[in-house]
Each structure stands twice: as C-alpha cells, then as structure tokens.
Write a protein that binds this ligand. Structure first.
Ligand code: SF4
Ligand code: SF4
Ligand code: SF4
Length: 448
C-alpha cells in the first residue's frame, strides 16, 4: 500500500445518496464491493469481530488464485447476510474510515448491498413487513399479552415449530415478552404533573420512550421517571412510533426516512421549547443522532433534533459532573456484569453507563465489552440465530456465574440474549436476571 497507514482524524460518516441511480447500479456496486473487500483482504484486522469477515476471507483464501479477482460476486451475498450492522468495524477497528483516503465504511456498504439487491428488487416479504412493524406487533402483543406470551414461549414446542416454518423465527430463540400495561398506558394514567415544578436546574427533557421499552420493558421508562423526578428535572415522555432501526437492518431505507420525517415533526416543537431529547436504548439513539440524517442529509429538522438528543446515561453522566445530582446509596444488586452495546460504542460517547453507575457506592462492576451477537431480528431469525448464539457465547464467558450477578445493558435485547445463552451454558443452575443501568440507579434510592 502506497498510502499512509491509518487515519488520525475522527471518523466521518458520509451521507448515503440512496435515491441516486449509481447507488443501486449493479456494476458500480460490484466495483465498490471489490475495492473495499480488497483493502480488507490486505488488512484483516476484523477477522474476529463477526462472521462477515471470516466468510469474506475464506472466500478469498479458498479461491483459485487466493485473490479477490477469482471470487464470484454471487458469493458476496453470504458476507452481507452475516452483518448485523453493529458498526463495530467502522468505529472501533478500522483505520481506513473517512477522512482516510481509502474511505472504508463496511457496514454502510453492506446496507447498500441489502437495499440494492433485496429491497429495491422485491421489497420486504409479507412476513418481514409484519415482523419488523414493531408498533403493529407491539399493539397486538400487549393487548393479548398473557395469551401470546404463553403461546410463543419456547416451551410451546409445537407452536414454535410452526412459527419457524411459517415465519422463519428460530424455535429456540427467546422472544421478548409483551406487557399489557405499556408505558404509554401507565404514563397516561399516572401522568406526572410538571406544572408548578420549575426544576431546580431549570432542566427540561423529553424522553423518547422507544418501542421496546413501551411494549416490552416499561420498567425502564418508569425508572427513568424516578431518577429524573428525584433530581427535579422537568420530564415529559413521547412515543409517536418506532424509530425504524428494524427497517434499517432490513435495508428498507424509504420506510426509515418516512418514519424520521413523521417523528421529527412531533419532536421539533419540544426542541423549540428548550427540551433536550433523551433516548432509552442505544439503537434508537444512534438512529436519531446519526442514521436518520445520513439517509436524509438535506433535512434541517433532523440536524436540529440530532444535536438536541442524548442517550439517558450520557445525559446523567455529563449533567452530574457539573451539578449536584442525587445518586442513591442502596445498592441492592452489587455484582454487575455491565455489557457495553455496540450501538452505544457507535455513538462515540464513551462508556457513560459505567461512569454513571460508579457514583453508587460499593458496586462491583465488571465490563463486558463484546457484542452480544443479537443484532435485532438477526437474533431470532432461523438462518441467523445460530450465529447470534455463537457470538453470545463468546460474550457470556465474560459474565460471572455467581448467584448474586446481574446482567446490565443499555440494550435490552442484548441483555436478554446474553441471559439466555449464559443460563443455558450453566445448565440453568443459576438464573441471572437483566436490568437497564437506569433501573439500577432508580433502585439505589430505595428506602432513602
Ligand atoms: S457492522 Fe458489525 S456485523 Fe457488520 S461487518 Fe462490521 S463488525 Fe461485522
Ligand atoms: S473494515 Fe477496515 S479494519 Fe476491518 S478488515 Fe476492513 S479495512 Fe481492515
Ligand atoms: S443488539 Fe445491542 S449489542 Fe447487538 S448489535 Fe444491536 S445494539 Fe449492538
């Protein structure tokens, strides 16, 4: 390589001009895939990050010449299929990301391939249209929660076998449980009165509840409410619809942009009133801060919303540095295996959940800095669940097996997946529970 090795500048992500013909043109796409794959072939730093890179390197090494030129382009599909779009290669490994002249953005190249070769040609399948519509499944799921949670449990082998055949959902994958009382329902009933509460620090936040928290884990939003209320921060909640991450993972870019535009219209009036937007899960934070804008680069509203958005742990960690923030003393869950989600890393904000939790005395925090392998729908689909399990096992080795351990992650799907894999490896001798970091903080106020 004649070019300079590695870049010193902060990574830059270029917009995706996905509506332009060149983006989906087969020959231009193939040329770009070969250009990037050739750089990866020479570099090979990412050999152990996920299955995409080993698949690529095996294709090259097993080819006639041992070089990319003798690999058939049809085989690139297998490389793309193993990519969860976790962004780890872009942000934590690759020295050739822009502004480096090699201009390598491997995850976005996989996204371009997915959009061009699948969505542009055939669109989403009916099953995917239903499965990736988390508001549809969430509404139905929460309405019939007790029945559906029982019906789709792993113990119901016959139903799960049918689901595997009909919908391609792996029969061994644990599906998230629904709550009859979604956070929207809870919040509307016990609406927190902000009137006459000036807020000691005159801070105002709008929490974007996110689909997973609203339908599947309302306790996370309740914990956020407890923590923010305790610190006299004026707090409102909003949940217009899902941010579109599942659609992004599938390559359905048009749906993501439509969602971004609708949701931003709901968020913008709050930003104009001086509210900061907080997200409760890393994937949604990444969407609002970064992916929405990259797909719709001329949209000024999205830029404004992106600058006003923070991950909840990022917000608390930064706010508490300059202000008196109340951290509780009652650390009931002492032994914490803290998983750092890939999409937290992709936001380039540091390990804010650990910074935040270190303010609670005597917590034993063990950082698990490996991808859980879940990757959204990747972790439940028939074809990809075995891979999700394989990488989950690697990460779960870093989790202590002691009975007092709890798994904590900002990504609830990752936490749930790690728990399943860990409990299974332990032959279910010790059943570890999972929490979001904000739940640990809220719990530390107990009995104060
Ligand atoms: S984005 Fe993640 S899954 Fe995709 S190639 Fe990079 S490291 Fe692998
Ligand atoms: S993505 Fe970057 S770091 Fe990873 S193998 Fe390719 S060139 Fe190397
Ligand atoms: S599920 Fe969580 S850990 Fe896995 S790729 Fe998504 S954000 Fe990262």
């Amino acid at each position: 390589m004649s070019s300079k090795e590695g870049g010193l500048g902060a990574p830059i992500r270029h917009p995706l001009y996905w509506k332009e013909e060149s983006f989906t043109d087969t020959s231009q796409l193939d040329t770009e895939m070969r250009r990037v794959f050739d750089v990866c072939h020479s570099c090979r730093r990412c050999f152990n990050l996920c299955d995409s890179f080993p698949r690529l390197f095996d294709l090259i090494d097993d080819s006639d010449s041992g070089e990319l030129e003798s690999v058939n382009s049809a085989n690139f599909k297998s490389v793309e299929e193993a990519c969860t779009l976790c962004d780890l290669c872009f942000l934590s490994k690759c020295p050739y990301v822009p502004p480096h002249e090699f201009n390598i953005d491997f995850p976005h190249l996989m996204l371009r391939y997915r959009y061009s070769q699948k969505i542009k040609k055939t669109g989403l399948s009916l099953v995917n249209k239903i499965m990736l519509n988390t508001d549809l499944t969430g509404k139905i799921g929460s309405y019939f929660a007790p029945i559906l949670n029982w019906l789709f449990s792993k113990k119901n082998k016959l139903v799960r076998k049918f689901l595997q055949i009909s919908a391609g959902i792996h029969k061994e994958a644990k599906l998230p449980e629904f709550h009859w009382k979604t956070f929207n329902k809870l919040f509307n009933k016990y609406r927190y009165k902000n009137q006459n509460r000036l807020g000691i620090h005159k801070r105002k936040v709008l929490v974007y509840t996110t689909c997973f928290v609203n339908y599947n884990m309302p306790s996370v939003a309740s914990a956020a409410l407890t923590v923010l209320q305790k610190n006299n921060i004026i707090v409102e909640f909003i949940y217009p619809e899902c941010c579109g991450m599942p659609k992004l993972e599938a390559g359905d870019l048009q749906s993501v942009v439509s969602k971004a535009r609708r949701i931003s219209n709901k968020l913008l009036p709050w930003v104009d009133k001086g509210y900061e937007i907080l997200t409760l899960t890393p994937s949604c934070g990444l969407m609002i801060k970064s992916e929405w804008q990259l797909l719709d680069p001329d949209n000024k509203k999205l830029k404004k919303i992106s600058s006003a958005t923070k991950d909840i742990c990022e917000y608390i960690s930064e706010f508490s540095k300059d202000n008196d923030f109340i951290f509780g003393k009652n650390n009931i869950k002492k032994n914490i295996s803290l998983h750092i989600a890939c999409h937290t890393k992709a936001q380039n904000i540091g390990i804010k959940s650990a910074d935040m939790l270190r303010n609670i005395p005597d917590l034993n925090i063990n950082i698990v800095d490996k991808c859980s392998g879940h990757g959204g729908s990747f972790g439940v689909k028939k074809n990809t669940y075995p891979l999700a399990k394989k990488y989950g096992k690697i990460a779960s080795r870093k989790i202590s097996s002691s009975e007092d351990t709890v798994i904590v992650s900002e990504c609830p799907l990752a936490a749930q997946h790690l728990r399943e894999v860990k409990n299974e490896t332990n032959n279910n001798k010790t059943i570890l529970n999972t929490y979001h970091p904000i739940e640990i903080l809220a719990e530390s106020y107990t009995d104060e």
